[in-house]
Design a protein around this ligand. Structure first.
Ligand code: TYD
Ligand code: MG
Length: 453
């Protein structure tokens, strides 16, 4: 085994030191030194006169080719990848512990029946993986090879001997290279391991999935440090107590980062949610105050979601403001606008806002729905249950233009809603839709008039 020579590099200024130091002698920053492997290759310039074989190519002459893709047979997953797996791509799948990363990867492996999948596990034993497979009711898992190992050099050995079509590494934080002194999970180990896997993916044209736990500023290096090295960064998110899971592409060299995939966690694994709007509205109660349906754009798809508010008088002390799935500061801003521009006095009330289904929305187009729910709960008057509301609220109480209006209107019409309240300025470009009445509003008060009868 060859020992890897390491150096310590200041992450702030790049100063190199042979051993660890607390304070950088160059930029005077503290605790910035991280162990890195010295490159084993000596870069030397060729003696002049010897012609090099490498040549640049003309961009004009380069033929464009379609990237061949392997479909995983899971539509929601393929969509997020940009249409399937690209050979030789290195993909990072990040997410909180327990969200379902291993389950998702196992389901992908099970779907790729005619491909040899090597599942490297550093977290669980092969028995545990087998148990998960059984829970997923895997019938034919002959294509999956399990390897419980964390020493990457040994893993590479196994890969050299076999020819897997796909490799899954669960998780990158447990992998280590024996030549490096630092512990598995440290920045240098995570980075070195990823670099090795990257070379493997590119030279052998094998797609590799790397699972990484996202920790909140913990001791273990988060997968953030390798985001720039990989081709695609996927994030699996959701609230632990809810069944819905959303897969997002945060970075994708082979597709758009706008697409999301929606899944639901069941007893027997993840199930694709083909009709998100229907799913998210399925538990809606009619006739209760404080609930508005909004049309949000998630990725490139419109999704109808119920936003709820509860406004109650403060029994003691400072009024509470609480949000689930919505930005807390945005709520404060909306409350200030309602107070100042609409004359709604909320100073002695607790306000709770919840996006149903455990989904997170950070799109300003839901502002109007939130404001309407708050007003509805305060007055205890239900919002018209056959209506959808969309619009961003400005500091002056004006309703501002939003994007993708056609898609939102169509989705609301598709699900049988009778009316949709949209920003006045969005009315210009829009074609009348026979199925749904479109109402343009320019101020919050007007929207309230239309929605709260
Ligand atoms: P897991 O894939 O192990 O999460 P991660 O790899 O992201 O840490 O799954 C975590 C949770 O999912 C666990 O609490 C059990 C639950 N689960 C189900 O509800 N149904 C299933 O079929 C499986 C396999 C797991
Ligand atoms: Mg796991």
């Amino acid at each position: 085994m060859t020992k890897i020579i390491t150096k310590y590099v200041c992450q702030s200024c790049g100063y190199v030191s042979p051993r660890w130091v607390g304070k950088c002698p160059n930029c005077n920053e503290w605790n910035t030194f991280v162990e890195e492997a010295s490159s084993p290759l000596k870069v030397s310039r060729k003696p002049s006169g010897v012609a090099s074989k490498i040549e640049p190519v003309s961009m004009e002459e380069l033929e464009s080719e379609d990237v061949p893709r392997v479909t995983t047979n899971i539509d929601e997953f393929d969509r997020v990848l940009g249409g399937g797996l690209v050979p030789g791509s290195l993909i990072l799948l990040g997410g909180d512990p327990g969200i379902g990363k291993s389950t998702l990867m196992m389901q992908v492996a099970l779907q790729l029946k005619d491909q040899v999948v090597l599942y490297v596990t550093g977290e669980e034993s092969v028995r545990q993986i087998k148990l998960r497979g059984e829970r997923l009711q895997a019938k034919n898992a002959r294509n999956i090879l399990l390897l419980a190992e964390t020493n990457l050099d040994l893993i590479l050995d196994v890969i050299e001997r076999g020819t897997p079509d796909l490799i899954i590494v669960d998780s990158i934080q447990t992998m280590y290279r024996p030549g490096l002194e630092s512990a598995p999970g440290s920045v240098s180990q995570v980075r070195e391991s990823t670099a090795l896997l990257l070379r493997l993916a590119k030279t052998r044209a094998i797609p590799i999935f790397v699972i990484g736990h996202v920790t909140k500023e913990g001791v273990i290096a988060g997968p953030r440090v390798i985001e720039h090295m990989v081709d695609t960064v996927l994030q699996f998110e959701g609230e632990a107590h809810y069944a819905y899971r959303i897969l997002r592409a945060l970075k994708n060299r082979f597709g758009s980062t706008n697409e999301i995939g929606i899944f639901e966690m069941h007893e027997i694994g993840l199930r694709e949610v083909k009709n998100p709007s229907e799913a998210f509205l399925s538990e809606r109660r009619y006739g209760t105050s404080g609930s508005t349906v909004v049309a949000s754009i998630e990725g490139t798809r419109p999704i109808l979601i119920e936003v709820q508010a509860l406004v109650t008088s403060t029994s003691y002390g400072v009024p509470q403001r609480n949000t689930t799935g919505f930005d807390y500061r945005r709520l404060s801003l909306l409350l200030a606008v309602l107070e100042k521009r609409v004359g709604m006095h909320l100073g002695n009330y607790d306000v709770f806002v919840n996006i149903a289904g455990g989904v997170k929305i950070d799109e300003p187009a839901v502002d109007l729905g939130i404001a309407t729910s708050i007003a509805s709960s305060l007055r205890d008057v239900p919002v018209d249950s056959s209506a959808v509301a969309v619009g961003e609220i400005g500091l002056g109480g004006e309703i501002r233009t939003i994007g993708n209006i056609e898609k939102r209107v169509q989705e609301a019409a598709k699900l049988g809603f009778k009316r949709i309240v949209i920003p006045e300025n969005n009315m210009k470009g829009i074609k009348p839709n026979g199925e749904i009445q479109i109402i343009g509003v320019d101020r919050v008060e007007k929207a309230m008039e239309a929605l709260l009868s």
